[in-house]
Design a protein around this ligand. Structure first.
Ligand code: AMP
Ligand code: ZN
Length: 470
């Protein structure tokens, strides 16, 4: 596989540093709000990377994705809500897990929380190590990283050293490139803020140290193989992660840096601070299925910005339907021998799909191959040049595509899940049967229509009434 590496600004061959297991870290959600679909562009993108590494690259994964459950935003949010920090963040972690599952995101091997005691301890240990290497200083109980002590500081973001203000400090978690300064590792206790005493004096960690410590604690010796996140994390977050990890260990932190471009709305970044966000629930409320959302999020090349529109979501729904209609047609083939030409065409498509994914995760090109195959096989089916015996090979190819894309399996799961509670459907079917027994057909039709309005189609058969999704 080849991947674009933000560190070198080049597409490079990828292989894990150690054996066949990819050790990958993803900066997870800051849990002060429900994740929006911009966040999920990044998480779906990372999921496609993970799946491609497994199912195209043939690697095993040790993938860590954290929850940032202590930082400036979570503390402010908990204070406003009048809840203990951990309880406040719990609800958004739960919501993230539900949304991720509903979007077909594979569970990863480790999902640490920054406030887990072993992680806080790892942060304190790293800060101590940085101190021993002369990279820190203390002011008013807070500990800072002195960027002038690390000549390589700025290598990821390509900072111009002239612009760096030596000696100036910054306490907030987020700031821009023009304000590159000594950043905070450990913040002294402030009234009303949560505080821990794990060896750095009473206080709480800065955002950046959290990821460095969790990545190295869980993934082991550096360098790790890939570090991932959205492009907005390049500076300062990832630059500071490099400074901390490399300053502490003296070794390279991560071989690859993988960044996903933003999801936009009206050509502006989707972000909570702008207020132009949609959540997974908003998408469902508009009557769309999440398989269509997943499709749209992964259909564009991850290094290109993607403008979100509802029309785009309708088109994604249509593209998905084209695939499922085609597979339905293949499933309905009856009789006929296998054709060498079909097998060859299918094998070619699989090979080209894999090549597209292996070429810096080019999902757009991969989907192009998939639709070319559909077009070719539809023509062949029209000409009766595809037999029932060809169907398993075609199905296997689409199963392979979907190992990476994860949209068809999601669609199947959605089809099997009723749009309203099962008990409501059962009660409706029973009431309708009662009405029919009474020969009250108007009432029976009314119940059928009521369920139909809720997306449930009733079908009467020899074994009674069954339902399916509209
Ligand atoms: P946060 O919760 O702000 O730390 O963000 C979680 C992840 O979502 C990070 O990797 C961000 O880079 C990413 N992210 C935030 N907004 C967007 C967006 N509009 N498009 C793509 N990724 C985003
Ligand atoms: Zn991070």
């Amino acid at each position: 596989m080849r991947l674009y590496n933000t560190l070198t600004r080049q597409v490079e061959p990828f292989a894990p540093v150690r054996n066949n297991t990819v050790r990958m870290y993803t900066c997870g959600l800051t849990v002060y709000a429900r994740g929006h679909i911009g966040n999920f562009r990044t998480f779906v993108g990372v999921d496609v990377l993970r799946r491609a590494l497994k199912y195209v690259g043939g690697f095993q994964m040790h993938h860590v994705m954290n929850f940032t459950d202590v930082d400036d935003k979570t503390i402010t949010g908990a204070e406003k809500a009048g809840l203990p920090l951990r309880e406040y963040t719990d609800q958004y972690i739960q919501a993230f897990r539900e949304d991720a599952l509903a979007l077909g995101i594979e569970p990863v091997e480790d999902t640490p929380r920054a406030t887990d005691p072993e992680n806080l301890q790892a942060m304190a240990d790293m800060i101590k190590q940085l101190g021993e290497h002369g990279h820190t200083y203390q002011t008013d109980g807070s500990i800072y990283f002195k960027i002038a002590t690390l000549p390589t500081y700025g290598k990821l973001a390509r900072l111009d050293h002239e612009g760096i203000q030596a000696g100036a400090r910054v306490d907030s978690d987020e700031y821009d490139k023009e304000n590159a300064r000594d950043f905070v590792l450990w913040k002294a206790t402030k009234p009303g803020e949560p505080t821990w005493d794990v060896g750095c004096g009473p206080g709480r960690p800065g955002w950046h140290i959290e990821c460095s410590a969790m990545a190295l604690r869980l993934l082991g010796e550096s360098p790790i193989d890939i570090h991932t996140g959205g492009v907005d994390l390049v500076f300062p977050h990832h630059e500071n992660e490099i400074a901390q990890s490399e300053g502490a260990t003296g070794k390279e932190f991560s071989k690859f840096w993988f960044h996903i471009e933003h999801l936009l709305v009206d050509n502006q970044k989707m972000s909570k601070s702008v207020g132009n966000v949609y959540t997974v629930q908003d998408v469902l409320d508009r009557g769309f299925r999440l398989s269509a959302l997943r499709y749209i999020l992964l259909s564009a090349y991850y290094r290109k910005q993607l403008n979100f529109t509802w029309v785009g979501l309708e088109q994604a729904e249509e593209s998905l339907r084209r695939i499922t209609d085609f597979l339905g047609r293949v499933g309905g083939l009856s009789g006929g021998v296998a054709h060498v030409e079909v097998a060859t065409r299918v094998a070619e498509a699989v090979q080209r799909f894999d090549a597209a994914l292996a070429d810096d995760l080019n999902t757009a090109a991969g989907l192009g191959e998939l639709f070319d195959l559909i077009r070719a096989l539809n023509i062949a089916m029209d000409a009766r040049q595809v037999g029932e015996a060809d169907a398993p090979g075609i199905q296997a190819a689409f199963d392979h595509f979907d190992q990476v894309l994860g949209v068809l399996s999601l669609r199947h799961a959605e089809e099997a899940t009723p749009p309203i509670p099962q008990a409501e459907i059962d009660a409706g079917i029973e009431a309708r049967q009662d009405a029919r027994r009474r020969r009250d057909f108007a009432e029976a039709d009314r119940i059928r229509q009521e369920l139909l309005d809720k997306g449930v189609i009733l079908e009467d058969g020899p074994k009674g009434t069954r339902w399916k999704r509209r």
